[in-house]
Design a protein. Structure first.
Length: 318
């Protein structure tokens, strides 16, 4: 396991508390500059954030070792998990003393927190993705337009978005979720079956090639939400679509990432004026995702006003 941080990782004998960040390329994340500012605003007991970098193809033993490190180090307060949240659950769920219903239903852990000797794992994405969605999409959008949603990717973020949409009072006419393999979609289908999502609201489609994904996006009604939840364009280059894709007129094109090569975002920007697109990057999702986990790790209640203060601070070093 390699470690990337704003400062050297604390040793086992260190007396200072710190928070962790489990990802792939944590050193290049804006949170490394943002976290100390947030610590000052929130009055946290530490300004130190330590990155735990794991490769995309990490094996279960690496995930277990990382969770055990967090559990056993009395100065490690907890961590946010990004790309690896489903793998952490699959490999190490038994190491946690408690898991919230979202974590169990979605089979993912995005927040690791400690309350005394209790190690808890929570899936914050269904909450944070809904907060980010509400930031840009009108509350009556689907009822007013009959628009649909195409979620490209059935991993943790795609699962969270489909969950949040299924819970929404103003639900879309149809939610199409894609994946390159059937097993990802089978897992997502089971999540929604257990959750009691109405039959027919979701459609599960294997897209082995970007050209197949293009067809689904182009066929979506005007005003539809098209979301890149694949991770492509951040942890590895690329887009789930080709440059030949035609986005629906007036679509809300949501790139979940805010850093990286961002090919999907650039594809949408190229059609923004001609197709009257609303192009949204992942910055607000980043803000909500991190603020919710920081609140969980340090046992805080955040008001909307506090979240806006955190967003302004983050913007100052963006």
């Amino acid at each position: 396991m390699t470690t990337a941080a704003t400062s050297p990782a604390p040793s086992a004998s260190a007396t200072a508390d710190y928070m962790g960040f489990v990802g792939v390329t944590t050193a290049s994340s804006s949170i490394m500059k943002v976290f100390p500012l947030w610590a000052d605003i929130l009055g946290l007991p530490t300004r130190t954030l330590v990155g735990h970098d794991l490769p995309m193809d990490a094996d279960p033993a690496q995930y277990r070792a990382m969770v055990e490190q967090i559990r056993n180090d009395p100065h490690h307060r907890g961590a946010l998990v990004t790309t690896h949240k489903m793998n952490v659950y699959a490999a190490a769920a038994d190491l946690f003393d408690e898991l919230d219903p979202f974590a169990v239903s979605c089979a993912e852990i995005s927040s690791i927190a400690k309350r005394g000797s209790t190690l808890s794992g929570r899936a914050k994405d269904p909450i944070t993705v809904d907060l980010a969605l509400r930031d840009f999409l009108p509350a009556d959008h689907f009822a007013r337009t009959g628009a649909e949603v195409v979620i490209l990717g059935a991993g943790g973020s795609g699962t969270a978005l489909s969950w949040a949409l299924a819970e929404r009072d103003d639900a879309p006419a149809l939610i199409t979720v894609t994946a390159r393999t059937q097993d990802k979609l089978d897992h997502l289908r089971e999540v929604h079956r257990q959750h009691g999502t109405p039959e027919g609201l979701l459609r599960y489609v294997v897209t082995e090639t970007p050209e197949e994904a293009d067809v689904l996006v182009t066929a979506a009604p005007a005003g539809s939400v098209i979301a890149n939840a694949t991770g492509l364009g951040k942890d590895r280059p690329g887009s789930p679509l080709t440059d030949a894709v035609v986005f629906p007129e007036g679509a809300y094109v949501w790139e979940f990432n805010y850093r990286g090569s961002l090919e999907f975002l650039h594809q949408a920007e190229a059609q923004q004026d001609g197709r009257a697109l609303h192009v949204v990057n992942g910055w607000r999702y980043f803000i909500h995702g991190w603020s919710q986990v920081v609140a969980d790790v340090f046992d805080l209640d955040l008001t909307p006003e506090t979240v806006e203060r955190l967003a302004e601070a983050a913007e100052s070093v963006r």
